[in-house]
Ligand binder design. Sequence first.
Ligand code: NAD
Length: 390
Amino acid sequence: MNQALFYQGRRVFNYLADEDRYLSGSRQPNLKFGFIGCGIMGQEHIRNTVLEGRAAIGGLYDLSQRSVEHAQKLVPAGQSKELQIYSDLQEACNDPRTDALIVATPNHTHLEVMRIAATSGKAVFLEKPIATTLTDALEISNLTEQYQLNLHIGLQYRFKSIYSEAIREVLTLNAIGEVQQVNLAEHRFPFLDKVGQWNKFNRYSGGTLIEKCCHYFDLMNLFAGARPDHVFATGRQAVNFKAFNYANEQADALDQANVVVEYSNGVSGSFSLCMFVPGTSEELVVCGNRGRLSVSEKAQLGEPNVNHLELWSGEHGVSKTSSPAYPGYIEKAGHHGSTFFEHVNFVDSILGQPNAGPTLDDALWSVAVAAAAQQSINTHTPVSVKALFG
Ligand SMILES: NC(=O)c1ccc[n+]([C@@H]2O[C@H](COP(=O)([O-])OP(=O)(O)OC[C@H]3O[C@@H](n4cnc5c(N)ncnc54)[C@H](O)[C@@H]3O)[C@@H](O)[C@H]2O)c1
């Protein structure tokens, strides 16, 4: 029997008495999450926690009353009576009623939040990037070891349907043979508004390549299957927010870049970023010695998303095209369904299953490539990634 979440969300069954609801009955959550940071991403995590169903919303903490009020509206009626609104970080981290913490505060606050969250003894989900600098990321890694934390980092693009299929074809089924080249591109609309506009400023975000592009460097590292050796990059603030001034500070986030990465096994990686495009277009092309796989996810502004996968095998086997997708109600919950599957993985890991998503090491290496690229842009020279670790 497949008791899909789909039936639970259908209002059409609301006329039934509780004892008559089986397929459409709600799962009873056995876990409780505390939310630290209730902005756009914190709210996406609340929606996915509710949809996933094995955890309830235990409490909310945010410095902004507006964010808390909006987040509170997403809490199901049956859970709102016991919902805690915390007044400080210590209280939020140490509430004995919660089993895990979801941290979705701006990047520059990740370390200060983790210094307290790590002592809580709870599983922690921390949004990407792990931190704004490699030094801070290494401190979070040390805290994780010291407190034996079950820490997940929000690099959920691995769970997008297009990348999930690419991972299966290339890494599980070996469909293109030995990987030689990994090319990624993200062309999209500008950074959206945020509380305090933190994402327009390098000192809060860590810089665009760390803030946004850690997702793509994580994917590049994964498909390359080796450690990055050298990085060369160019980039600049070409178009966006050039006249944007907030609290007497001029925005300095770059909006275009090209990054080339040389891996220790000889694999060549490249990444193209453009952030002044009317829509979103993400593409991954992986070439191996027996074929080529490309996947893409594209939508012009306001239009529905179109997903595409293409495998060329030549004389080595079956070539094919497909349109990877999840059910619409899962895709709508955020980031085309990837956040939902990230939650499934997080809850599974709290319940004792192995982590099927990115590890802490993966998160560190995604920031390492981004930091090397940022340094290369500043110095106009190739950067040794190893040298960044000192
Ligand atoms: N995984 C993804 O694809 C993805 C997408 C978007 C954002 N993010 C990440 O999520 C995090 C939050 O980003 P957002 O887009 O939700 O930003 P946002 O500005 O919408 O929300 C951030 C919230 O954190 C609150 N806050 C700030 N400092 C705080 C503190 N010290 N303690 C508690 N609350 C605090 C703010 O008041 C705000 O409500 C960032 O790390 C961002 O990089 C990840």
